[in-house]
Design a protein around this ligand. Structure first.
Ligand SMILES: Nc1nc2c(ncn2[C@@H]2O[C@H](COP(=O)(O)OP(=O)(O)OP(=O)(O)O)[C@@H](O)[C@H]2O)c(=O)[nH]1
Ligand SMILES: [Mg+2]
Length: 318
């Protein structure tokens, strides 16, 4: 017996195919079920749709808490050595950039507002992982739901612009939005890095030069091409620098230093702050410490308020 399904049903079926989250899928199937006429010809279909919902609900239950949240909230919890928020206007290449930096794919499209929610990906930099957050373009209908909060808490704000004759204006517009939310935070907010993407596009050299002469001396910026893999490694380095962290390795007495797992601390952190991070007892019971710094110190005794640098190796004695 033919099912004779109404056009509304196929509309919902299309939505189901486009659905990204489990919730969206469940809603679409529930609507399909409500539309389907009940008769012998549709029994099987109804049964299989109900089974699909049950399976989706099960899948939803099984997923870790963090992932459940990521689907619904406009907030990404920090992870790794620091959080880098990528923002910009539609189509500038935010998702392309986050994909290539992290090596994990994201949806990319040649039309505006491809990205609909915050997405996190981890980028490896030497021996640490840095969290990148891809975002919907500024101007997307729900921007207000995440923009202020994420801008304030980011360790680095990556403004992604696409090379064009409107480079200056776009930069100023994004900065205006950003500054609104950073007002009052003074130097306590994350560093800002400007990425000018699509360097491969021809005919815009003049605008890039103009941008550089206007803003070059006051901001950190780097032109890149995701498409042609230009300056991507340099950008990784710039991101690491902008994070303003140091990596410190610990060496147990009589053993080799553990160079696999650095402790990541804010630049300017002291030995005792690092010791406290390694173990809370060290804060009180530390007797003395030795430090190795390539080309400079070879097991030198250092005091509690000694300021650590990137790649220092320390040995703590209690
Ligand atoms: N020519 C050129 N095109 C690029 C480059 N990087 C990305 N694109 C293209 O630009 C378009 C937009 O890329 P996306 O990464 O989706 O841009 P987005 O900023 O995430 O866009 P929304 O999510 O819509 O805000 C796609 O067609 C990409 O293929 C590049 O370096 N050069
Ligand atoms: Mg995108």
């Amino acid at each position: 017996m033919p099912a004779n399904l109404p056009p509304d049903y196929f509309e919902e079926e299309k939505k189901l195919r486009q659905a990204k989250t489990i919730d969206e899928k469940i809603i679409a199937i529930e609507k399909m079920l409500a539309i389907i006429p009940h008769h012998k010809g549709t029994d099987k279909l109804i049964g299989s749709l109900r089974a699909k919902i049950a399976k989706l609900k099960e899948e939803k239950e099984r997923r870790p808490q963090a992932q459940k949240k990521a689907d619904t909230l406009y907030n990404v919890k920090k992870d790794g050595a620091g959080q880098v928020l990528c923002i910009g206007f539609p189509n500038s290449g935010k998702s392309s950039l986050v994909s290539v930096l992290s090596g994990e794919p994201l949806e990319v499209g040649g039309y505006p507002y491809t990205t609909r929610s915050l997405q996190q990906r981890m980028m490896r930099y030497e021996d640490i992982l840095i969290q990148l957050v891809d975002t919907p373009a500024i101007g997307e209908e729900n921007t207000h739901m995440w923009f202020g909060n994420m801008v304030r808490k980011a360790d680095v704000i990556l403004i992604v612009l696409s090379l064009s004759d409107a480079l200056d204006i776009e930069y100023e517009l994004v900065m205006e939005d950003v500054k609104k939310h950073l007002a009052g935070l003074e130097d306590e907010h994350g560093s800002i890095v400007v990425v000018i993407n699509k360097l491969d596009l021809t005919g815009y050299a003049k605008y890039l030069e103009e941008f550089e002469s206007r803003f070059g001396s006051s901001i950190q910026f780097i032109p890149v091409s995701v498409m042609n893999d230009v300056n991507i490694l340099q950008l990784k380095e710039l991101i690491f620098k902008a994070l303003k962290v140091v990596r410190v390795y610990s060496k147990m007495p009589g053993k080799k230093a553990d160079l696999e797992t650095p402790f990541v601390l804010k630049k300017g952190s002291t030995l005792i702050e690092c010791a406290g991070r390694i173990h809370k007892d060290f804060t009180e019971n530390l007797k003395y410490a030795k430090l190795w710094r390539k080309g400079k110190y070879d097991g030198m005794m250092v005091s509690r308020d000694f300021v650590l640098e990137d790649k220092d190796i320390i040995q703590l004695h209690i």
